[in-house]
Design a protein around this ligand. Structure first.
Ligand code: CP
Length: 292
């Protein structure tokens, strides 16, 4: 794998390879490249999990990390994304991990550059490393994807996590349904209801309400959203014993999920974060191996 940009680009065998390698890293995290690689994490949007998790994965792989702060970089003087990344390539960087508010920011980097690009979230487009860690978490739980009922709940239209996961899970044979307010369903057929889903879902995947992508729509009432679309304590009690609850985080407590349920028995929210390190090690290794 030369880059990781979009889950559309990955075939089932590519996904399997990353998940299997992530499992090996979980069982034995040590790995040494026989060539020294340098990476830069360029985050133009806020992040805690993805940025720290990539950095942890990079450190575990023994990679050199050059620090980059968008707020003190020459992007503030108007330098383009291409020129920024071209500059890092000229300095000797082998791979960049990029989060940016622009959908498909990576398109302008696809020609004229010779370094690996990992998409750490493009606007409302895709979040492939989150998707792969979510897949890893589901496989860890159920051992398969075929026939697993996954319900994605919330702000689907603005969620790169929803788009990546819906695409990949369907490709892998899971049964994917959606619950969301009509104004946030985007291109998805979000006609399921909690009443239908509660007795059947194997995975309830909650999404963060993406206030930063809602423009001036400020009529959001968190109590009302929680009542209509949130995982309430009453709904949680109706889930099957084997059902797991996922959320990419950060969580808006008492909005997408009742605060008391964030670390409940069925919640895999912190397990997802833990798994992210192994999956990102596998992603980094995969793109860097192409440069050996
Ligand atoms: N899940 C996720 O992308 O979290 P961060 O925004 O904190 O990276």
């Amino acid at each position: 794998m030369k880059h990781l940009l979009n889950m559309n680009d990955l075939e089932i065998k590519d996904i399997d390879t990353i998940l299997n390698r992530a499992l090996e890293f979980q069982q034995n995290p040590s790995h040494q490249f026989n060539k020294q690689f340098t990476v830069v994490n360029l985050f133009f949007e806020p992040s805690t999990r993805t940025k720290m998790s990539f950095e942890m994965a990079e450190r575990k792989l023994g990679l050199h990390i050059l620090p980059f702060e968008a707020g003190t970089s020459s992007t503030l003087k108007g330098e383009t994304m291409y020129d920024t990344v071209r500059t890092l390539e000229a300095i000797g960087v082998d791979a960049v991990v990029i989060r940016h508010e622009q959908d498909q920011f990576y398109e302008e980097l696809m020609s004229g550059l010779n370094l690996a690009i990992i998409n750490a979230g493009d606007g409302s487009g895709q979040h492939p490393s989150q998707c792969l860690l979510d897949l890893y978490t589901i496989k860890q739980e159920f051992g398969k994807f075929e026939g697993i009922h996954v319900t994605i709940v919330g702000d689907i239209a603005h969620s790169r996590v929803a788009k990546s996961n819906a695409l990949a899970l369907k490709k892998l044979g899971a049964h994917v349904t959606f619950i969301c307010p009509p104004e946030w369903q985007g291109d998805f057929d979000a006609t399921s209801t909690w009443e239908e889903v509660l007795p059947t879902a194997d995975v309830v995947m909650l999404l963060r309400v993406q206030h930063e992508r809602h423009g001036k729509e400020n009529d959001f009432l968190k109590e009302l959203y929680h009542k209509e679309y949130g995982l309430t304590i009453a709904r949680y009690a109706e889930l099957k014993p084997s059902t797991i609850v996922m959320h990419p985080a950060p969580v808006n407590r008492d909005v997408e999920i009742a605060s008391e349920l964030v670390e409940s028995d069925k919640s895999r929210i912190f397990k997802q974060i833990q798994n992210g390190v192994f999956v990102r090690m596998a992603i980094l290794e995969s793109v860097l191996k192409e440069r050996m």
